[in-house]
Design a protein around this ligand. Sequence first.
Ligand code: RBF
Ligand code: MG
Length: 171
Amino acid sequence: MSSESKSESIEKWNSLYINAIKSEPPSLLTATIVHGFKRGSKELGIPTANLDMDELGEEFQTFKLGIYYGWAKMNNGDIHRCVVSVGWNPYYKNEKITIEAHLLTNLEDFYGEKLSVLICGYLRDECNFTSLEDLISCINEDIRRCNVNLDTDASIGKYKDTSTWPVAIRK
Ligand code: RBF
Ligand code: MG
């Protein structure tokens, strides 16, 4: 019989919940940042860098739709944490799949730059929401779980140094 106390099992359950699914090896997507709908920064206060889907070709089609976390590398080599949405944005009923990364840093204008996104793991499925506030608080929870994972999983944390990145499938 297990001697686990209730608080121990709650703690264990919480840690399972906090830890997102990890993709090993991670997937690397590289494309130019294009203009999106401008809702990210204006409506949500959560700007996203939208990847040019034409440049990505078929590579993204192997992706399960949903919300991911990982690392993003800018033109100048700077690396930032990021949460990534791959899908239809059901709340906005988009008609095309977009891949957008919200970088956990304050960036000015990033349009036209090439961005590499190293997708390290899965957070959740895309959802619909009854209010904008619910969408925003869900994204804030994604950001918290992204940080927990990048901080606690050394095998993912090592990617904050690009020399450890896998070679791109396509450039
Ligand atoms: N849009 C949705 O309709 N449902 C979601 O569950 C959802 N989750 C997101 C999670 C993250 C981390 C990010 C960056 C975006 C998410 N979005 C979602 C997309 C959001 O609606 C989109 O970034 C803005 O509409 C700007 O295009
Ligand atoms: Mg955007």
